[in-house]
Design a protein around this ligand. Structure first.
Ligand code: PLP
Length: 419
């Protein structure tokens, strides 16, 4: 059940009417539901109960400390791709022993920080990165538990910009090279190759690509064991999709069954790195209509939110359901509107010719399914301060990231003395 529903004609987050939040923090703002975050995590935990598995939340989807903390309290580990995310995970209460460090270009300094903290595993994506990790670890007198992320050359059947498991993508080590990379790993002093990692893309709504990838990982684990490597873990990445526009993603029960069927016989500890499927439907973006502009060819709703706040429609042609916060009459006639922001780019468009009930200037609207890859991808383009984030819990809410002032944005800049 969605955490964002109409009650008495007004869209609520759990028991909080959205206009009450708008009044407190202004618009636009992100709003997350504790109940939705918790139920998404529990659904994962339940589906994988009884399996030797860890759920390491992929912070890239939403790295607000309060969001991470909500999941960490339930037992989530973390998948991080930078020292910034690593520090956030720790600050939010995820123990280092539950943190996986992923990413295609970790610097030596980042490796040093992560190894110094004693993280669970480092996933490398190339031979030079493996060699750098060994060098850094050896210089610190430690041995890094390491996975090589392999590229299984599987089409994830998702948007090209979030597909990561094809041979032409920058991610992972080609399957054909994997055994030689593990052989090199075994010869290096600072790494212990204990795991095979894979992640083929995001927003997958079909299990078939997962099946192909996991089967290839399982076959590789057996081959590596034959080569004498002590592979005890597999990291199967994230990628499970959510419903933005009526997609029906695979159930967690079926996904867990697939994991069991493809890798269960290996006796490996399984790490999962879900991001979007934990937080995507737990958040919305709320904006106010500034103007309704009637044109000869098109009618526009111009909002106070823009592509700098939510870039997914511009970047991926992503669809977000848009709801008026005041519930429209059941028989309200819909009209096609282009929903846009005020930024000086034609790409600053949320929806084209979207059939919407009447929405007037001053009205609030909500973009659903904005909890993942929303606030984290926002910028201050056009000197627009980052939208605040709010977490709702039952009938209370708290600002979990405040809106900076323009003065705060400018404070990081300096005009040189010669000017
Ligand atoms: N793990 C890795 C290595 C990733 O690159 C990503 C996202 O691209 C994820 C996990 C999380 O993916 P998702 O949010 O689709 O679950």
């Amino acid at each position: 059940m969605s955490a964002f529903t109409y009650r008495n004609g007004v869209l609520h987050a759990e028991s909080v009417p959205l206009p009450a939040i708008a009044e407190r923090v202004g618009t636009p703002f992100y709003c997350y539901s504790t109940a939705a975050l918790e139920s998404a995590y529990r659904a994962y935990a339940d589906a994988f109960a009884g399996m030797d598995a860890s759920i390491c939340y992929a912070l890239k989807a939403n790295s607000n400390l309060a969001v991470i903390r909500t999941l960490a309290r339930l037992g989530a580990g973390a998948d991080v791709v930078s020292v910034g995310e690593l520090k956030r995970a720790l600050a939010a209460g995820v123990p280092a022993s539950r943190i996986v460090f992923s990413g295609v270009g970790k610097t030596r300094a980042e490796m040093r920080t992560a190894l110094g903290l004693g993280i669970y595993q480092t996933n490398v994506e190339s031979l030079p990165e493996l060699e750098a990790l060994s060098e850094v670890a050896a210089s610190m007198g430690v041995v890094a538990d390491t996975a090589v992320r392999v590229n299984p050359d599987v089409d994830a059947l998702t948007h090209a910009k979030i597909s990561t498991g094809r041979k032409e993508n920058k991610f992972g080590v080609d399957m054909e090279l994997a055994r030689s990379v593990y052989a090199r790993a075994a010869s290096l002093p600072g790494v212990r190759p204990v795991s095979v990692a894979v992640h083929i893309g995001s927003q997958l709504t079909d299990l078939a690509p997962f099946r192909s990838a996991f089967e290839r990982v399982a076959a590789l684990v057996l081959a590596l064991r034959e080569d004498g490597h002590d592979i005890r873990r597999v990291d199967l990445g994230g990628g499970l999709g959510i419903s933005y526009r009526g997609e029906v993603p695979p159930s967690l029960a079926d996904y867990a069954e697939l994991v069991r069927a493809t890798t269960g016989g290996l006796g490996c500890h399984v790490t999962l790195e879900p991001g979007r499927s934990l937080v995507g439907n737990a958040g919305i973006l709320v904006a106010r209509t500034v103007y309704r502009k009637a044109g000869v060819h098109r009618n526009f709703l111009i909002l106070d939110a823009a592509m700098n706040d939510l870039i997914r429609p511009s970047l991926y042609d992503a669809w977000h359901t848009i709801l008026p916060v005041d519930e429209p009459a059941r028989d309200a006639a819909e009209e096609p509107m282009d929903v846009v922001g005020p930024v000086c780019e034609s790409g600053d468009t949320f929806a084209v010719q979207r059939a919407l009930p009447p929405i007037g200037a001053g009205d609030l609207v909500a973009f659903l399914s904005a909890g993942a890859y929303g606030a984290v991808m926002s910028s201050t383009y056009n000197s627009r301060p980052l939208a605040p984030e709010v977490l709702v819990n039952g009938s209370e809410f708290a600002v979990i990231r405040k809106r900076p002032t323009i003065e705060e944005l400018m404070a990081a800049e300096e005009v040189p003395a010669w000017l």
